[in-house]
Structures are given as C-alpha cells and as structure tokens.
Design a protein around this ligand. Structure first.
Ligand code: EPS
Length: 370
C-alpha cells in the first residue's frame, strides 16, 4: 500500500525521497516534520557534522496547499556540508573500517575507493526515513494512533521503560539529552557517553517504540510475509547498526515458563480485557488491541577514535582504520528513526486493512467497521 525509496549520498548535494500511496487530504504540519528531523539530529554523543546540517524537508510533489493530493510525495533534504566536502581533497580509501560495509561493499560492487560504499551505506540516509515516517505518523494521528519511542539502554546503563500512554513521560523523553523518561538514568547515560569519548571508544544501546490505540486486526497470521511482527522486525533491522529486534520482552519471555508469559484474557464490561501485555500487542502476527511494544538493539558505532586493526587492500599489509569524525553514540537518534520506520509499517497495515484513497474515505470505512 505505502512504499518509499530514498536516494542520495552522505556528502552529496541532497537526499531525495519518494513516498507513494499516501491518501489524499492529509493536512501536513511542516513544523512537526522538521521537529522530527531536528530530534534525529540530536541526542548526546553526535558528531560535529550535526552542527553543520539543519535538516529541513522540501516538498517537490504530491502536496498542494499543505495537503496531500494522493500523488507520490517527493521530498528533498539538502546536505549543507556539500560545498565544504567539494572543496576538500579526499584520499582514496583502501583500508576498510571493521563493522562498516566498506570491505564487503567494495568487493561486491568492484569499487576501488571504499568511500563510494560509505557514502551510501551511511546513516545520513535515515534523515529521509524520518521525513517519510513523519508523514506516516500524521496519517496515524488522524486516527488517534500514537507512535512514541524512548531509549532504554546505552552501554551497560539501563533505564526502566515508561508507559508512553502517559503524556508526561513522553514530555520527559523529549526533554532528555538521551531521550529517556527516567531523568536520573539519563544523567548517568550522558556521563557514560562522555567517558566513552575520553576512552576514545563508542557505545551502542537499546530503544523501544510503542504504538498506542492501534485497532485489532492489523497484519495477518495466514501468510509469512503478512505477519506484522515480521514486517516490524524487517523495518527496524534495516536501520544502520541495528542488530536485534524483540516484540515485547521477548528475550526475557524465552527464559520464563509459559504460564508466566502469556497474557490472560478476562471478561470485562465491554467484551474482554488483558491484565498484562507480555506479547507486546501482537499474537500470531496480528495486533490484539494492546499497545504494540518493539525494541531494537544497536551495535556500538563502527568508526572508533581508537583505530581498529585492518588491512590495506592494495598491499594486503596490516593497517589501521581511518578516522575523520564520527558519533560516539547514536542510540537516541536511532530511536527517532525507529519511530519513523514503525509509523511507516503501521500506516501501511492500516491502509491495507481499511483501504481508501482519501483520509475522508478511510474515516468512513473505519466508522463502518466499528
Ligand atoms: C555516519 C558518519 C558520520 C555521521 C553520519 C553517519 O558522518 P560524517 O562522516 O559526515 O561525520 O555524522 O550521520 C549523519 C551525517 C546524519 O545526519 O545522521 C556513518 O558513517 O553512518
């Protein structure tokens, strides 16, 4: 139903995106889109690059008088670093950086300069995902579906996840330097990132995204590629440096007997209720009316100030990986990208369930389903 593609290099002139399948008549809040882009640029531990960029979405198609028209939406985000990069002398990169796509990418595409690989493999591309995701989030918001994230771990520092149905908790996440609801833990995380910087190292972590008020029946159990948990996992795993995904507390559930894991179904004045949500809102790949809770694990940033051992592929001789500038920790930024990807998948599943070429038609159809 919904599709999007991105193009553009990290230090090229701009990022380009096409979002196809958005219904007509959705009012876009440009400030909100740019606020999401700014949140992705933020978070303690980012590199100096973020002081150069001021990401802003420019709409080149599919939007008229601030509303979607039903046509493909074309988006552009300029790379303000571009003129500076053009002026720079860039040596050919022949020492692959462990953890990056450099080595496998250069072999795969038969490239002599690994810079060509890093230019496209870079997480700079996620700016466009956040712009596309912001539109998906606005579509969901028109139906009272909320997508909100929080960081739950940075290195060994763990925060107790908050219930993001609590608007105050969402406010605390937005105000935090590392996007956690628990501010005391947030301070420890900031110190931990500063220590990693002093130790010339990098840190990974875990973030969580919650989806509130999603209707029952998004996704399906009847075919592998229609299972919503699988679709969410794919979307999250596609974010640079994400290496693990869980639905609800899946890895803790795996160590616990079934009777203590599965969520009881009890009668209630209106049908039924579920006193717990250890399934993370999904049973059989279908939304069950509980909040959807997904978590993603991010590996530490692969570009390290302490150079990793590598080889120069021209000579085969040992060499140290090259360092220019990099993030120390980008888990808070990845959380914003995670929100965007989850919003995209849920908006796609909603469109699939409800159908409709305009927001008004979707509304009529949802009314009929009640
Ligand atoms: C990135 C390397 C760094 C990050 C970049 C992702 O870029 P640079 O080498 O220009 O400092 O800053 O992230 C962004 C530019 C961004 O906007 O998120 C990488 O190798 O993935």
């Amino acid at each position: 139903m919904l599709r999007f593609l991105t193009a553009g290099e990290s230090h090229g002139p701009a990022l380009t995106g096409i979002l196809d399948g958005m219904p007509a008549g959705l009012e876009l809040d440009l400030e909100q889109i740019n606020a999401d882009l700014a949140r992705r640029q933020g978070g303690h531990g980012r590199s100096g690059r973020q002081r150069i960029e001021h990401d802003e979405a420019i709409f080149l198609g599919g939007v008229e008088a601030g509303k979607t028209t039903g046509a493909p939406i074309a988006i552009r985000i300029e790379n303000l670093d571009y003129p500076r990069q053009q002026a720079r002398e860039k040596p050919v990169l022949t020492v692959p950086r462990p953890g990056h796509a450099d080595l496998a990418g250069a072999i795969k595409y038969r490239l002599d300069d690994m810079r060509t690989v890093l230019e496209r493999a870079s997480a700079r591309e996620t700016a466009m995902r956040v712009a596309a995701g912001a539109l998906a989030r606005m579509l969901l918001a028109a139906f009272d579906i909320v997508v909100a994230g929080q960081v739950v771990a940075i290195g060994e520092e763990e925060a107790v996840p908050a219930d993001l149905a609590d608007v105050d908790a969402r406010g605390r996440v937005r105000g935090s330097a590392v996007y956690v609801a628990d501010l005391a833990t947030g301070e420890r995380m900031v110190e931990r990132i500063d220590r990693a910087r002093q130790e010339r190292d990098t840190l990974g972590g875990i973030f969580e995204v919650q989806v509130l008020n999603a209707p029952i029946g998004l996704g399906s159990y009847v075919q592998w590629d229609r299972k919503l948990d699988g679709r969410l996992a794919q979307a999250l795993m596609s974010i640079q440096a994400i290496k693990g995904v869980e639905i609800g507390p899946a890895f803790a559930n795996a160590r616990t007997p079934g009777t203590q894991v599965h969520d009881a179904i009890r009668p209630a004045s209106e049908g039924f209720q579920r006193p717990t949500n250890r399934a993370g809102g999904l049973e059989g790949g279908v939304t069950n009316g509980q909040p959807i809770v997904v978590r993603a694990a991010m590996k530490p940033i692969s570009t390290t100030l302490t150079p990793m051992p590598s080889i120069d592929v021209r000579t085969g001789e040992p060499a140290l990986a090259h360092y220019q500038r990099s993030d120390i920790c980008a888990v808070p930024a990845a959380m914003v990208v995670g929100e965007a990807m989850v919003a995209f998948v849920i908006a796609d599943a909603l469109l699939e369930k409800v159908g409709g070429d305009s927001v008004a038609e979707m509304r009529e159809r949802l009314e009929l389903m009640r």
